[in-house]
Design a protein around this ligand. Structure first.
Ligand code: MG
Length: 250
C-alpha cells in the first residue's frame, strides 16, 4: 500500500495511490487506515512530506559497502544523530544551497516511519511500531561536518531533509535496490541487503534511548559513492518498490 500526504484544493489530505488516482483516507494513517469512496487524479495534487515528526533520527555508517569504501571497520553499535523537523522538504521542492558552503553532498537513504509510541521495544516487536518506509536524502554540508567534528550544523540547514514521495507498507526493507541519480546520471547503486543494523534493530536500539512517537523518522544510512551537488542540479533518490524522491538544488 502506497500512502501519500498532499494538498488538493487548498486542503491537506491523506490517500492511497492506485495507478493514476488517489483514494482518499478518512483520517491520517497512523492509528488505522480507513478508505473513503472519493478518488482524485494524481496530477491534480501537491505532494507533502509524508510525516510531521517530533524528531528525525539518522544513522552514520550503516552499509557494508560504504564502510569498505572508507576503509573503516564495521561499527559495533549504531552511531546516531538528529536533524531538526524544520529541515524537511517534500518531493519536487528545492534544496537551498547555503551561502559559504564549499561542498554539499547527497546521501540516498531508506527511512522508517514510526506508527505508534515506542519505548524499550525489542527487535522482535519492532515491526509492529513501523508504519512503513520512504526515501530520504540526507543532505550534508561536508566541509562543515569535517570542520565542526559535531555534525549538527552540517546536517541541519532548512531544506536539508527531502522526504517522500510516499510511505510504502508491507515490504521487506532488507532487499531493496537503492540508487541516486544526479541530472539523470547514476551515482549511488546498492541494495539495502548491505545494511549493517536492520530497521528492526534500529527501532529497538533508539527506543531504548528516546521515546519514539507516531510520525517520527529513522533513516538507515547511505551506501557507497556519496558525492557532491552543484547549484541547478536535479537529484533523485530511487528505492525499489517505493519510488522516486526528486529535488532541485537552488
Ligand atoms: Mg546519512
Amino acid at each position: 500500500m502506497k500512502l501519500v500526504k498532499f494538498i488538493y484544493k487548498k486542503n491537506t489530505h491523506w490517500g492511497i495511490i492506485e495507478e493514476e488516482k488517489i483514494v482518499l483516507l478518512k483520517k491520517p494513517p497512523y492509528t488505522s487506515i480507513k478508505l473513503t469512496s472519493k478518488k482524485i487524479p494524481l496530477n491534480k495534487i501537491k505532494i507533502l512530506p509524508p510525516a510531521n515528526p517530533s524528531k528525525i533520527v539518522l544513522v552514520g555508517l550503516n552499509y557494508k559497502d560504504h564502510a569498505k569504501e572508507l576503509n573503516m571497520p564495521l561499527p559495533k553499535e549504531p552511531i546516531i544523530f538528529l536533524k531538526p523537523p524544520t529541515s524537511l522538504i517534500a518531493h519536487q521542492e528545492n534544496i537551498i544551497y547555503p551561502k559559504g558552503i564549499k561542498r554539499l553532498d547527497y546521501e540516498a537513504e531508506l527511512a522508517i516511519v514510526i506508527k505508534k509510541k515506542a519505548k524499550n521495544v525489542s527487535v522482535k516487536e519492532a515491526k509492529d511500531y513501523i508504519l512503513g518506509y520512504t526515501c530520504l536524502n540526507d543532505i550534508t554540508a561536508r566541509d562543515l561536518q569535517k570542520k565542526d567534528g559535531q555534525w549538527t550544523r552540517a546536517k541541519s540547514f532548512d531544506t536539508f531533509c527531502p522526504l517522500g514521495p510516499c510511505i510504502v507498507t508491507d515490504i521487506n526493507p532488507m532487499n531493496l535496490k537503492i540508487q541516486t541519480f544526479v541530472n539523470g546520471v547514476l551515482k549511488q547503486d546498492s541494495s539495502t541487503s548491505n545494511i549493517i543494523f536492520s530497521p528492526f534493530y534500529l527501532v529497538s536500539f533508539i527506543s531504548k534511548i528516546m521515546t519514539l512517537l507516531p510520525q517520527d523518522i529513522i533513516s538507515t544510512g547511505t551506501p557507497s559513492f556519496v558525492g557532491s551537488l552543484k547549484r541547478n542540479d536535479t537529484v533523485e533518490v530511487v528505492i525499489e518498490k517505493i519510488g522516486v524522491l526528486k529535488n532541485y538544488v537552488k
